[in-house]
Design a protein around this ligand. Structure first.
Ligand SMILES: Nc1ncnc2c1ncn2[C@@H]1O[C@H](COP(=O)(O)OP(=O)(O)OP(=O)(O)O)[C@@H](O)[C@H]1O
Ligand SMILES: [Mg+2]
Length: 340
């Protein structure tokens, strides 16, 4: 689809680093994003935006709708403006600004969770936390290095008095957009190079509570410290379909076969190395816990049985003592009778 003749949507404007055009297409409002260049090399952020959003969509998460095409001969992606009448997007960094002034829009897990707790009167905080962690886990799969506080947020309608976790947007920094074709050959030949791009980088813009360094997706997901994160990992494994992911990549336009192969390889590896080990550990712990629960119920039953037996024994002992005193009585009577 060629969008070169689309009308500008002059009432709309969007912030952000990347150049973008607000346009109208089929009566709807879109943000048009180009494939950019860096030092003469293409940056495939249009592809990342498209595939990233499609993968989010395949998981059933709310995400902006995306369409691929061209604009004046350049590869582009159109992102539908998801705001309805009366709604505004409050990026997390604006939302939290009243509590903490952070220049680089990088927030720690604690800052995020505390801000969500502070706003619990205007949204369902459990739902928001659930979506936040799901987004973190999907981003770990996609290798997103730019989910700073301006790249996620809340849809707010003050007049109608509602607010909710926003549909996911800005996925242009997923899926290694800056890697060029020469590098792809080198990386695919080397397991070491593949693994570095999983365990060492990209890291997340969400920083650690301890020293505010960018968090490692592998470490956060595999330390199992957050129950909400663990639930998101389970949700991810139970809902991701890697064949569908492959098919999304296969059907993507303006993308070479070499890049398709690269993306498929990296996503399969990220799944295997980051998400699956955490999932296995969570499953193991759950199995152990059910085992412990079973053992505890068994133990309780046995203790009840033991109490019942003890009571029965005590009853029997009482009965025996009764008989003994009766017999003793009889013997005494008999002895007396014999004396006379
Ligand atoms: N689909 C959308 N509907 C409504 N508003 C959007 C949508 N996508 C983005 N925005 C708004 O426009 C801003 C800029 O868009 P986006 O984050 O995609 O651009 P960017 O240039 O990639 O940003 P960055 O500076 O993070 O690299 C967002 O921060 C958000 O406020
Ligand atoms: Mg952005």
């Amino acid at each position: 689809m060629d969008f070169s003749n689309c009308e500008y949507d002059l009432y709309k404007s969007y912030s952000g680093k990347q150049p973008k055009l607000p346009i109208k297409y089929n009566g709807k409002s879109y943000i048009l994003k180009y494939r950019e260049e860096d030092k003469g090399q293409p940056v495939y952020s249009d592809i990342s935006e498209y595939i990233g959003c499609k993968i989010y969509e395949s998981l059933g998460m709310e995400v902006q709708k995306v369409i691929q095409g061209t604009y004046n001969g350049k590869s582009v992606v159109l992102c539908e403006n998801f705001l309805k009448k009366g709604e505004v997007l409050q990026e997390f960094s604006n939302f939290t600004n009243s509590y903490s002034k952070v220049k680089d829009k990088r927030y720690s897990f604690d800052e995020i969770i505390n801000t969500i707790d502070k706003h619990q009167s205007i949204f369902n905080k459990e739902e928001v936390k659930k979506n936040f962690w799901r987004m973190y886990v999907v981003d770990s799969f996609l290798g997103n290095f730019d989910r700073h506080g301006g790249n996620w947020g809340f849809v707010v309608n003050e007049e109608m008095q509602y607010s909710k976790f926003s549909p996911v947007y800005d996925c242009g920094s997923c899926l290694y957009p800056q890697i060029n074709d020469k590098e792809i050959d080198r990386i695919l030949k080397s397991d070491y190079e593949i693994k570095r791009r999983i365990f060492e980088f990209p890291t997340s813009q969400i920083v650690t509570n301890e020293n505010r360094t960018k968090s490692s997706y592998y470490e956060v997901i595999n330390n199992l410290e957050s129950d909400d994160c663990n639930k998101a990992v389970e949700w991810f494994v139970e809902n991701i379909d890697l064949y569908e992911v492959e098919s999304i990549i296969d059907k993507t336009e303006n993308l070479s076969d070499k890049r398709k192969k690269f993306l498929n390889t990296m996503l399969n590896e990220r799944y295997k190395c980051i998400i699956m080990p955490a999932y296995e550990k969570i499953k193991n712990i759950k199995e152990k816990n059910t085992e412990i629960n079973h053992l505890e119920t068994d133990l309780l039953k046995k203790q009840q049985q033991l109490r019942a037996y003890t009571e029965e024994l005590n009853d029997n002992a009482d009965e025996i003592r009764n008989y003994e005193s009766i017999i003793k009585g009889h013997i005494e009577i008999k002895d007396k009778e014999e004396k006379y």
